[in-house]
Ligand binder design. Structure first.
Ligand code: P6P
Length: 280
């Protein structure tokens, strides 16, 4: 496991440099979700694949930017699912973006996730790793220096409501509005990594990416985005559920690009989600 975390650190340093120096713009290709790829998407994916290939314990990799999993070492123990540059379309407006990693044993599924991590490329470059605890590090020169263990309180003040409001189901709209009526502040950039990182660091709140009339299964991918963050939120003392109130980490996964509605937050807000969704 340590060598995988070291590969993630090397990848982060190279991707940070690429964000700062490489030209932006679109590649000639699209990913399996039909989204046109940015040159940075493809470059970040290549960087991570190169660095993970140096870890002998990695058997198979699956990337949001690749249509199928790739076996890189038959004798490896772990499977790594990753989103190489989540929110990459925000780079050209100079907002924070991130890389997300889920480390699995046996198969790509919620119950088989054994560790996860993400990197935030913002004013500073930070790494959060969750094995037993959720631990935050900051890049200083070429080293990631430990900052703190992340812990969510019982309740927060931040509300990050994703998806197109025009297509929200009525009960979801009522949930979001009920939090604002309690004085919650809107904190939503359109980048999953900085939006979830902010709630973790500030100690509480709710991030929601629900199913909607146009996308009933939501938009965020189980293997590359949802399961990794569910693990991190739970290790920080928070909760991560789907629209039926199930722990996201109990969910299986068919196609590796499968999506699910997802809710991440502290206890009070997640209880609110259950209250409004049970009434639906
Ligand atoms: P919307 C970025 O494209 C992304 O995959 C996540 O980083 C982010 O949380 C979500 O999509 C934003 O989607 O529909 O709210 O713009």
């Amino acid at each position: 496991m340590t060598e995988i975390i070291e590969a993630i650190k090397r990848s982060a340093i190279r991707i940070r440099k690429a964000i700062n120096e490489e030209e932006l713009g679109y590649a000639q290709s699209a990913n399996s979700s039909g989204e046109q790829q940015l040159k940075l998407d493809v470059l970040s994916d290549t960087i991570i694949e190169e660095e993970l290939a140096r870890a002998s314990s990695v058997k198979t990799i699956a990337s949001e930017e690749k249509s199928d999993p790739v076996t890189i070492n038959e004798s490896g123990k772990y499977l790594v699912g990753y989103d190489p540059l989540d929110g990459s379309s925000l780079v050209d407006v100079n907002l924070s973006v991130g890389s997300i990693f889920g480390i699995y044993e046996g198969s790509f599924s919620g119950p088989n996730l054994v560790a996860s991590a993400y990197v935030v490329y913002g004013p500073r470059t930070e790494l959060v790793v969750a094995t037993i605890k959720a631990e935050r590090f900051r890049l200083e020169g070429e080293e990631f220096v430990f900052m703190q263990e992340l812990a969510l309180g019982d309740k927060g003040k931040l509300n990050a409501p994703g998806a197109t409001q025009k297509y929200w189901y009525p009960h979801h709209k009522e949930l979001v509005e009920s939090l604002f009526a309690e004085g919650y502040r809107l904190r939503y950039s359109g980048g999953m990594v900085p939006d979830l990182h902010q709630i973790l660091v500030k100690g509480g709140g709710l991030f929601s990416y629900p199913g909607t009339e146009d996308k009933p299964k939501g938009k965020l991918r189980k293997i590359f985005e949802v399961f990794p963050f569910a693990n991190i939120y739970e290790k920080a003392g928070g909760y991560a559920i789907d629209e039926s109130g199930r722990r996201l980490l109990e969910l299986g996964c068919g196609d590796i690009h499968e999506t699910t509605p997802c809710f991440f937050g502290s206890r009070y807000e997640i209880e609110k989600v259950k209250e409004y969704y049970e009434k639906a």
